[in-house]
Design a protein around this ligand. Structure first.
Ligand code: FAS
Ligand code: PHB
Length: 389
């Protein structure tokens, strides 16, 4: 079997890259470990930067998004029972779009199938060969058969637990990691969102976030112990704890209901340098992870895809490898700015068990400065809506 680009991973990174390549007449095969149905059970991101929406339009996969999504011009920060708004539109005319990652992944799969682009599911034992040569290949097992796919390039879009990153030799690979001493307990419920914008809450009891997917589907999170278990949380216990962490104005009007999804995500920051090795290029969670506080995981996967797609397009259309040679350097410049913002949002909004009284007062001062300073709010707005590619 032969193709131009083998894409390992059928999540948003791999599917978006595959669709952009297809639109440019560049052939790609997507290898996905799971089934489409399993991939679409994942409940993850909910806030899209303009850059990602533009890429979905470029990929021809944004029709349903434009019919069903919402745009937000700002967000709300709460500190115990006080809250204040941060109007992004006062500082930058670039709203964010509220649309679930699950839905955009579904749209990308539908688009890929509509153009008869090849995706292999239930792929096992993926092995990358000769990535430092001009003739790499990928071997894997599909339906009990071992196949080899010869290609020009390999895109490692296989997430944080994939195989791609490990094909960069250990002596070359630099991994940077920060583990946070807490997790997020997330609940999805068919209830009316508590507010028309997202509410990020820093309370003495810990962080909480009120988000949404649409007017009848809400997404909420409370900070929990890193080793907590969803069996420790009934729906009633979740709703009661959420009410304790958000201002009374929101708690008193909170529409509660049975959870249709409940999960705990551990929080960490991670970056792998470099993001390329020979003809292997890493995109998205395969190369970096952020705590979800800044809503940047999916959005930074998108900027990687933007850089890699344009570099591959330049190579195939102009036989120019300049952008390919600089992919990792280019992508990492934005990745580290996003890492900083995600770390700052997480450090400012969460209750760290090891914080001293001094640390708590510095955290409160940070939030008070944000409430009072237009410069601070402008900085947050520029980062939240999405730094330029
Ligand atoms: P993904 O992990 O989504 O996709 C990788 C794909 O590769 C998967 O389908 C996997 O099955 C496949 N794969 C893995 N190994 C393979 C192999 N060996 N062979 C073939 N296929 C293989 N981001 C936000 O912005 N906001 C959030 O609220 C948020 N919440 C999150 C909650 C959780 C629990 C997690 C894990 C992540 C969350 N994220 C959030 C980040 C998330 O949205 C990622 O940034 C996004 O999924 C990145 O997409 P991909 O890079 O495609 O990786
Ligand atoms: C979500 O809706 O899942 C969401 C929104 C904003 C975040 C994190 C998660 O910062």
């Amino acid at each position: 079997m032969r193709t131009q680009v083998v894409i390992i991973g059928g999540g948003p990174s791999g599917l978006l890259l595959g669709q952009l390549l297809h639109k440019s007449g560049i052939d790609a095969v997507v290898l996905e470990r799971r089934t489409r149905e399993y991939v679409l059970t994942r409940i993850r991101a909910g806030v899209l930067e303009r850059g990602l929406v533009d890429l979905l339009e470029q990929a021809g996969a944004a029709d349903r998004l434009h019919n069903e999504s919402y745009t937000h011009d700002g967000t709300v920060f709460a500190v115990n029972n006080e809250h204040f708004g941060i109007p992004f539109s006062k500082y930058i005319d670039k709203p964010v779009t509220v649309y679930g990652q699950t839905e955009l992944t579904r749209d990308l799969y539908d688009k890929r199938e509509s153009v008869n682009a090849q995706t292999l599911f239930n792929v096992e034992d993926v092995v990358l060969n000769n990535v430092k040569s001009n003739a790499p290949s990928v071997e894997c097992r599909v339906a009990e058969k071992t196949i080899r796919i010869d290609c020009d390039f390999i895109a490692g879009c296989d997430g944080s637990y994939g195989v791609s990153r490990h094909n960069i030799p250990a002596e070359v690979r630099n991994e940077f990691e920060k583990i946070y001493p807490f997790g997020w307990l997330g609940v999805l419920a068919e209830t009316k969102p508590v507010h028309e914008e997202l509410v990020y809450a820093n309370s003495d009891r810990g962080f909480a976030l009120c988000s949404m997917r649409n007017q009848n589907l809400s997404r909420y999170y409370v900070q929990c112990d890193a080793n907590d278990n969803i069996d420790n949380w009934t729906d009633t216990q979740f709703w009661d704890e959420l009410k304790r962490r958000i201002p009374d104005q929101f708690a008193d009007t909170l529409d509660t209901g049975p959870s249709i999804e409940k999960s705990i995500a551990k929080l960490r920051s991670f970056v792998c340098e470099p993001m390329q090795w020979g003809r292997l290029f890493l995109c998205g969670d395969a190369a970096h992870i952020v705590p979800p506080t800044g809503a940047k995981g999916l959005n930074t996967a998108a900027s990687d895809v933007h850089y890699l797609y344009n570099a591959l397009h330049q190579w195939y259309s102009e036989n120019d490898h300049t952008a390919l040679d600089k992919y990792s350097e280019t992508a990492l410049k934005r990745v580290w700015k996003v890492q900083r913002f995600s770390w700052w949002m997480t450090s400012t909004l969460h209750r760290f068990p090891q914080y001293s009284e001094f640390d708590l007062r510095v955290q409160r001062a940070e939030l008070e400065f944000l409430q009072q300073s237009e410069a601070a709010q402008a900085s947050l707005a520029l980062n939240y809506v999405g730094l330029p590619y």
